[in-house]
Write a protein that binds this ligand. Structure first.
Ligand SMILES: [Zn+2]
Length: 336
């Protein structure tokens, strides 16, 4: 097989057969790196920017290659995106009739949107979280599948996934559409993803918020399940601790203000308690400390929400991890 040249960050060049994957290269470098690898960044030899690709993507030309591990913040977004797929996989197992919206990574974790007649309760969230841990422990691979657009539409029509159908119609500009499977779950998605589910352990489902499909009033209202997600349990615990602290500070501040208002001689503030309560609600929502309305994201979703979100998830060269919102790509533009 024709050789290609892969330049590593230290400047060393490996000559490898065409079709070698970043995972193969990681293994050649060290078993430890192969184990820690999450995703790869490739760039053409003359271009610095590059793009993120799966560790299993075959390389078919000379590239600069970087293997990303937990040390790289970009890998965290990919990790959280894969965790969003895990959430959807768990929800589909437990509630097979839900309709799927989008599921991008966000600043402190990820969310996924679902249409379901009944609201998700705290009990449901606990069940979903347990199912996610169960699936994660099965070490399910995240595998890319390229499907012709008509078949992709058929797949979603058959399963009555109306929103996904809409996304494929609108976003898939190439004749071949990119999907990812995680066990039995399949999702219209550009990727990339981490290799499998086993490393997704430090997450917590935080809240459910209503969100109009595509952020447009009048569209069906979906339920967004928000989750906090980090590489390690320690980071997750620290984040949850910070949220608790913020909540406590809000309570203390409110208590002091109410005490002062109730002192004899102080003129009564009209509607002080209602005002204060409203402020507390607001602070909780803003700090993400509200029990069913936080997660580090504003409650609910206005028309601007998706726009703001897509700005946040936009990555690198306009790269978006937003599941299904990202453009599908033909095989020729993906395999490097
Ligand atoms: Zn996705």
């Amino acid at each position: 097989m024709e050789p290609i040249h892969v330049t590593l960050p230290d400047g060393k060049v490996q000559e490898v057969p065409k079709g070698t994957t970043p995972a193969d290269i990681a293994r050649r470098i060290s078993p430890r790196l192969a184990d820690a690898a999450l995703v790869a960044r490739v760039a053409s030899p003359n271009d610095g920017a590059g793009e993120l690709i799966d560790l299993r993507s075959p390389l078919d030309r000379d590239v600069k290659l970087q293997i990303l591990t937990e040390k790289d913040p970009d890998a965290l977004f990919v990790f959280r995106h894969s965790a969003a797929h895990l959430l959807a996989a768990a929800v589909m197992e437990l509630y097979p009739n839900v309709k799927l919206g989008i599921g991008p990574p966000i600043d402190t974790g990820f969310f996924y949107e679902f249409l379901r007649d009944e609201p998700f309760t705290l009990d449901d969230l606990a069940k979903i979280e347990a199912k996610m841990h169960e699936l994660a422990a099965q070490d399910l691979p995240n595998e890319r599948k390229l499907i012709p657009k008509p078949e992709a539409l058929e797949l979603y029509k058959k399963s009555n996934q109306v929103f996904k159908c809409e996304l494929v119609q609108e976003k898939a500009v190439e004749p071949i559409v990119s999907f990812y499977t995680t066990g039995k779950f399949i999702d219209f998605c550009r990727g990339p993803h981490i290799p499998s589910t086993k490393r997704i352990q430090a997450f917590k489902l935080m809240s459910v918020a209503g969100a109009y499909w595509k952020g447009q009033e009048g569209n069906p209202q979906l339920q967004r399940i928000y989750a906090a997600c980090f590489f390690t349990q320690k980071e997750l615990d620290e984040y949850l601790h910070r949220l608790e602290e913020a909540k406590r500070r809000d309570h203390r501040k409110l208590g002091t203000e109410l005490d002062r208002d109730l002192q004899p001689g102080n003129p009564p503030r009209p509607a002080a308690p209602a005002d204060a309560v409203a402020r507390l609600e607001h602070q909780h929502a803003a700090s993400g400390a509200h029990e069913l309305g936080g997660g580090g994201e504003p409650r609910g979703a206005g028309p601007d929400d998706d726009e703001a979100l897509s700005k946040r998830v936009a990555y690198g060269n306009g790269y978006s991890f937003s599941c299904g919102m990202a453009f599908a790509m033909a095989s020729k533009s993906r395999s490097l």
